[in-house]
Design a binder for this molecule. Structure first.
Ligand code: B12
Ligand code: SF4
Length: 496
């Protein structure tokens, strides 16, 4: 009988959905013995010792490292890294600049050290373990070329979904026989990649076996009060220029059956007391085709009488009245509208594929559905490609219009800057416009590089950064940073 040890690489505590889905799938198709070890829950100083101990006692035939995050900083409004990056780059106060530089060095060190730590676990394991090592997870999926070159030769990386490729590895197929999957491996300096011929058939997934999961993952109980990730579908048919999700999951939508999904939520709620769920799809509601599926899933949760709270990335431009009602009644935590820009022209340039008039119609539906004062978050990336003074004003106008539906006190514009990621059209655009060089290293975290990879070009870079820093200085405005930045920006734009 084959055995696999899955190792969830240390990151800020988050439910290890990837390895859990993999173990459940493998369990239903084979008699493989499996175990999940979550290194995030173990003190850093004890992690290597614990890993060695598990390898010695469990003696797995395959070690499957699951690596979720590599970019620990994020260009969003309440992340201290953004505030400090802006202070360092644009503050006119020399003391602020020095303090920010020190913070910057610290957060760069944190990111670099975390990456080195993770690469270290994999490569050190290789030194004393001569069976199969495989690596997957979303960090690997976004940066396969950069990561595989850091790992010892012979280790197999996998981009994207892992269910079927793991089955083939369990069957004993060698890397040369896996080129019909998205595998990545190294022969000296040469990187060899396979191409996935068939998606995993998500529509055939059966209900997760939680008793088995608790057995293979004894640390599961540590997550009972956290958001539990439920993936309802894979793929996103849109092509927003900054987004790498279609590269990770593919463009074709694949759905898990809604009755199975609802049963999973209800079982977790009723038998394990779970109250908080995150629908971890690239986008829970995206194209029109997703609407009937979302409706049936949410309706079944409501009928099951579950008192839960849920979140997820959603687009509302295609929702219908029934879905608006089901979202409200099933316990949506807040409406997070991923608009990116409130200017139709800029949204079109970014290939976002929505029409603002449909967003407004959807707001009306949500109101009519008995909306009960949840927060409405508008995700905005100010200073997006082709931004002008007029388009900035249009985003402010859109914010006001949405306030008109839900009340100013409930609407929170949430600001983040676009990050330039591999496998995106924005990366190509930035190279074409000489913002980054064609041979840039997306993982080199130097202050110069970080500045380039956060998309905030002139002429609005300083203006927006300084307005943001001004707002951050006032404690009472930190509650709704985005709103105050927009209002200040409007004042500045109106000045002759
Ligand atoms: C949902 C989501 C969130 C939710 C998570 C909610 C929750 N409770 O789970 C929220 C909004 C909170 C979030 C936050 C963050 N996220 Co996020 N998130 C996602 C998203 C959309 C889906 C992740 C997911 O859970 N998928 C479902 C599970 C089942 O899939 P999976 O883990 O990928 O596993 C599959 C495969 O990867 C593979 N696999 C996994 N492990 C292994 C191992 C082996 C050996 C093999 C063969 C295969 C394999 O098989 C699995 C099943 O098919 C992805 C983008 C995407 N489309 O993947 C970004 C993503 C994972 N997030 C990312 C980041 C950076 C973050 C943040 C750090 C952002 C920030 N700075 O705040 C935080 C970190 C939070 C934390 N504590 O760790 C990055 C990670 C990569 C990177 N660039 O570093 C991604 C890829 C987005 C991106 N393109 O940059 N996120
Ligand atoms: S931003 Fe959302 S809608 Fe656009 S491609 Fe990414 S997941 Fe799809």
């Amino acid at each position: 009988m084959t055995s696999i040890l899955y190792v969830w690489m240390p990151t800020e505590k988050i439910y290890p959905g990837g390895p859990i889905y993999l173990t459940d799938y493998v369990h239903k198709k084979t008699d493989t013995e499996q175990k999940i070890l979550d290194l995030s829950l173990i003190d850093k100083k004890d992690r290597m010792k614990k890993l060695r101990h598990e390898i010695d006692t469990f003696d797995p035939d395959i070690i499957a490292f699951s690596w979720r995050n590599i970019q620990l900083f994020s260009p969003k409004q309440d992340d201290p890294s953004l505030e400090n990056a802006f202070k360092f780059l644009y503050s006119q106060n020399p003391v602020d600049k020095i303090t920010a530089a020190l913070f910057g060095v610290k957060s760069i060190l944190r990111s670099v050290t975390n990456t080195q730590e993770i690469v270290g676990y994999i490569n050190k394991t290789r030194e004393s373990y001569d069976k199969k090592i495989i690596v997957g997870g979303s960090a690997f999926s976004v940066f396969p070329d950069q990561i595989i070159t850091k790992l010892k030769e012979g280790i197999i990386g996998i981009t994207g979904e892992g269910e079927d490729v793991i089955l083939k590895i369990i069957e004993g197929r060698e890397k040369e026989e896996l080129l019909d999957e998205r595998i990545v491996y190294r022969k000296g300096k040469e990187i060899i990649k396979g191409e996935q011929k068939e998606y995993v058939k998500m529509e055939d997934f059966t209900k997760l076996d939680f008793e088995y999961i608790k057995e293979t993952f004894p640390q599961f109980k540590e997550y009972e009060n956290s958001y539990i990730g439920i993936q309802t579908k894979r793929g996103c048919p849109y092509g927003c220029i900054f987004c790498s999700y279609p590269f990770i999951e593919g463009k074709r939508l694949r759905f898990k059956k809604p009755d199975i999904l609802a049963e999973e939520v209800l079982t977790l709620h009723q038998n394990y007391g779970i109250k908080k769920f995150w629908f971890t799809d690239s986008n829970f509601i995206s194209a029109k085709k997703t609407i009937p599926h979302c409706n049936e899933f949410l309706r079944r949760i409501i009928e099951g009488g579950a008192d839960i709270e849920w979140g997820g990335y959603i687009r509302i431009d295609f929702i219908n009245q029934e879905l608006a009602k089901n979202m409200v009644d099933s316990g949506i935590k807040h409406f997070e509208l991923s608009l990116t820009s409130g200017s139709q022209r800029v949204a079109d340039f970014m290939h976002m594929g929505f029409k603002l008039k449909n967003v407004y119609k959807a707001c009306e539906m949500i109101k009519d559905a008995g909306y009960n004062n949840q927060e409405v978050i508008i995700n905005y990336s100010l200073n997006a490609p082709t931004e002008t003074k007029e388009s900035l004003q249009e985003s402010i106008d859109t914010y006001r219009k949405i306030c008109g539906y839900f009340g100013e006190e409930n609407v929170k514009p949430y600001l983040f800057f676009l990050g330039i990621q591999p496998h995106t059209r924005l990366e190509e655009y930035a190279i074409e416009n000489k913002m980054i060089s064609p041979d840039y290293n997306p993982l080199a975290i130097t202050p110069g590089n970080a500045k380039k990879l956060i998309y905030n070009p002139p002429p609005f870079n300083k203006l927006i950064a300084r307005i943001y820093l001004g707002v951050m200085k006032k404690q009472d405005r930190r509650e709704n940073i985005g709103k105050h930045v927009l209002l200040e920006l409007e004042k500045k734009l109106k000045r002759p």
